[in-house]
Ligand binder design. Sequence first.
Ligand SMILES: [Zn+2]
Length: 222
Amino acid sequence: MSSGLLSEPVDELDPHESQPTLHAVGHHPRPDLVAHPGGVDAEAAERAAGELLRALGIDLEGESMRGTPRRMVRAYAELFRPRPFQLTTFPNDEQYDELVVARSIPMRSVCEHHLLPFVGTAHVGYLPGRRILGLSKLARVVEQFASRPQVQERLTTQVAGWLQEQLSPKGVGVVIEAEHSCMVLRGVRAHGSTTVTSALQGLLRTDPRCRQEFLALTGVMR
Ligand SMILES: [Zn+2]
């Protein structure tokens, strides 16, 4: 049994990075690295949030808005802080060789261009190779990568890449369907439109029957 904790890399600047950026760190979990390598300076954030709102012409003097900068900071801090978890993989002793799919995993993230939420569902599957992973952990992997300023495309490839790296499966598939507040509430006001992204690797990419089966299980192919 191997275990580790998802951790934040120190360098995560390339927006076109398609490799997984979380990795298992063995027997010395570093929960401090999970979401905030630099920590949150709540006081500075609260001051800045207040300034931002006032600069936008919003009056914070009323009783109900006096605490808004503080609540804003708490809300964003929560959105950017995944629950730490211990990732445990197991050897595939039974040599299970059918698709494992966790579908309709609730997902929420924050678009890094507008800092507005995007919300939807993720379908994550893999064709086991040497190691397997608890089903609930598939949802936690999504949460880890979603709890940061993101773009949906990168989120999708990061989840797939991480599973590929940790499980050495025969194939991996990730499909995310989400509604972006920045599209729905402003700009084009595209009510009801969802964005679908997918990342397929290994047999799920190269074998048409495998891919078909995965996509049918996710319900994306209607
Ligand atoms: Zn956006």
